[in-house]
Design a binder for this molecule. Structure first.
Ligand SMILES: [Cu+2]
Length: 465
C-alpha cells in the first residue's frame, strides 16, 4: 500500500533539469514552493589548466572547472543524478555528495569508467550548503586534483533576497616544485601525504579571482558568498580584508552568527557569508593563515564601485612625520648584545642582525618583491662608494620610493633605524659594505659624524588637518 502511494507521489512530481553554473557564478534562486523531480547531469573532464601564472596542472574536474559546477536544488526535491565520464578521460571516477542521505553519499552507485555514465536517485532531506567530491581510490589524489564542488539544498523557506551571489571554493595543491615554478607540474603524493601544499588557491587557480576576474559589486548592494573548502588537507580561515560578515551560516547549516571577521571552513565543509557593500574599494578574499595568501596563492578580490561613503571610511587623512619619544630612542642606544665584550667595540654582525636583518634577512639576501638584498647589491655598492651621505640618510631617516637593485625594482618602505650612535652606525655600514663579498670601503666614526651633521634638517611635522 505504502509502495503504491509513494510511486504515485513520485509520478506526480513535476520534472525539470537543474541549471548548473561554473564558478564564481551561482544558479538563480529557486522560486518553486513545492518539490520537483530534478535531473542533474555532471560530466567528469580531465584537462590541463593554469594553477598560477605560467604554471600548468592536469586537473580532474566535475564539469570542466575547479570547483566543479554549482548545483542548486530545493529541500524535499527528488534528484535523478547522472555522472558521465568523458571517453577521453584516463581514469574511473565517482561522486560522494554530502547532501545525500545513503551509503557513501552516492559513491558506489556512481562508480563510472571512461566512456560510461551512471545514474542514482536521492531525496534531498536536509537543507544546507554541501561539498561534493570524488571518492575513487586513491581518494586523496582525486580530491587534490580538483574533484570537488558545492551543492546547495535551498531551504523550503529560502534565505532573504540579496543583490549578488558568488561561488568560491578553496583547495590545496601538491606539486614537487615550489610555488611559481613554470610549466606543467605533476602531482606530488609525498607532499600531499606530508600536508605540505605548494599552492593554496581559490577556485582552482591563483589567478581565478584577480584582475579582470575579480568579483564585482556596487556600493549599497548586499552580497552572499557560498564558500566551500575542497581540501584535501587544509582548514581555511576565510576572511575578506576590509569587510565584516554581517551574517554567517556557520558550516553551511541553518544557524546564523552575526558580525564575524573570519570564519573557519573545514576541509570537506562550507559556510555561507553575507555582507553589505557600505563603501567602495577593492576587498581581498584570503585564507588568514596568511603565508598561504602571500606565498601560495589564496588571494581573491572583490571590486566595489562607488560612490564611496567617506563617513564609513575616510581614506588617509594625515601623513605627518612622527619623531617618537626621545627617552625610548635613548634607551635603545644602550641595547645589549651590540658590543663585543672583549674589545668594548661594537660588533658589526650583531648590529646588522639587530637592526637590519628582520627585513633584509640574515645573510642580506632580502625577500623577493619586498625587501631588496644587501648582499651583492649593485645599488648598495654604488651608494656606499659614491654617495656615502645618502646611505647614512637611509638608515637614519628611512627610505621610500623606487629603488632598482640588480635589475629588480622595489617600491617599499624602509623605516628609520633608531638608537645608532656614530660609532655603531659606522660599524653596521662597514659590515653591510664589506660582508657577503661586498667591496665598498669601510666607514669610520669620524666620517659618519660629519655625514650625519651634513644631513638636511628634519622637516617640521605637518599639522593635521
Ligand atoms: Cu575521481
Amino acid at each position: 500500500m505504502h509502495v503504491v502511494l509513494l510511486s504515485l507521489a513520485l509520478a506526480a512530481l513535476p520534472e525539470e533539469k537543474a541549471i548548473l553554473t561554473d564558478p564564481p557564478l551561482v544558479p538563480p534562486p529557486i522560486t518553486r514552493t513545492t518539490p520537483a523531480k530534478v535531473k542533474v547531469e555532471l560530466e567528469v573532464v580531465e584537462k590541463v589548466m593554469q594553477l598560477a601564472d605560467g604554471v600548468e596542472y592536469t586537473f580532474w574536474t566535475f564539469g570542466g572547472s575547479v570547483p566543479g559546477k554549482f548545483i542548486r536544488i530545493r529541500e524535499g526535491d527528488t534528484v535523478e543524478f547522472w555522472l558521465e565520464n568523458h571517453p577521453n578521460n584516463k581514469l574511473p571516477h565517482n561522486i560522494d555528495l554530502h547532501a545525500v542521505t545513503g551509503p557513501g553519499g552516492g559513491a558506489a552507485s556512481t562508480f563510472t569508467a571512461p566512456g560510461h555514465k551512471s545514474r542514482f536517485t536521492f531525496q534531498a532531506l536536509n537543507a544546507g550548503l554541501y561539498i561534493y567530491h570524488c571518492a575513487t581510490a586513491p581518494v586523496g589524489m582525486h580530491i587534490a586534483n580538483g574533484m570537488y564542488g558545492l551543492i546547495y539544498v535551498q531551504p523550503k523557506k529560502p534565505l532573504p533576497k540579496v543583490d549578488r551571489e558568488y561561488y568560491v571554493v578553496q583547495g590545496d595543491f601538491y606539486t614537487d616544485a615550489d610555488f611559481g615554478t613554470k610549466g606543467l607540474q605533476p602531482f606530488s603524493m609525498k607532499r600531499a601525504i606530508d600536508e605540505r601544499p605548494s599552492y593554496v588557491v581559490f577556485n582552482g587557480s591563483a589567478l581565478s579571482l584577480v584582475g579582470d576576474r575579480a568579483l564585482k559589486g556596487k556600493v549599497g548592494e548586499t552580497v552572499r558568498l557560498y564558500v566551500g573548502n575542497g581540501g584535501p588537507n587544509l582548514v581555511s580561515s576565510f576572511h575578506v580584508i576590509g569587510e565584516i560578515f554581517d551574517r554567517v551560516y556557520t558550516e553551511g547549516g541553518m544557524k546564523v552568527q552575526e558580525n564575524v571577521q573570519t570564519t573557519l571552513v573545514p576541509a570537506g565543509g562550507s559556510a555561507i557569508v553575507e555582507f553589505k557593500l557600505d563603501t567602495d574599494g577593492t576587498y581581498i578574499l584570503v585564507d588568514h593563515s596568511i603565508f598561504r595568501t602571500f606565498n601560495k596563492g589564496s588571494l581573491g578580490m572583490m571590486k566595489v564601485e562607488g560612490p564611496g561613503n567617506k563617513e564609513v571610511y575616510s581614506g588617509k587623512e594625515v601623513d605627518a612625520v612622527y619623531l617618537g619619544d626621545e627617552s625610548v630612542a635613548t634607551s635603545l642606544k644602550a641595547t645589549p648584545g651590540t658590543t663585543a665584550a672583549a674589545s668594548g667595540k661594537p660588533d658589526g654582525r650583531a648590529l646588522f642582525v639587530q637592526n637590519c636583518a628582520m627585513c633584509h634577512q640574515g645573510e642580506g639576501q632580502g625577500v623577493p618583491g619586498v625587501f631588496p638584498p644587501l648582499a651583492k647589491s649593485d645599488f648598495l655598492a654604488n651608494i656606499a662608494n659614491n654617495k656615502r651621505g645618502e646611505l647614512v640618510e637611509y638608515v637614519l631617516r628611512g627610505k621610500t620610493g623606487k629603488v632598482t637593485v640588480n635589475g629588480v625594482e622595489y617600491n617599499g618602505v624602509m623605516t628609520p633605524v633608531a638608537g645608532l650612535d656614530d660609532e655603531k652606525l659606522a660599524t653596521v655600514l662597514t659590515y653591510v659594505s664589506t660582508a657577503w663579498g661586498n667591496k665598498a670601503p669601510a666607514f669610520t666614526t669620524d666620517e659618519v659624524k660629519k655625514l650625519r651633521e651634513a644631513l638636511p634638517p628634519v622637516p617640521a611635522p605637518a599639522a593635521p588637518h
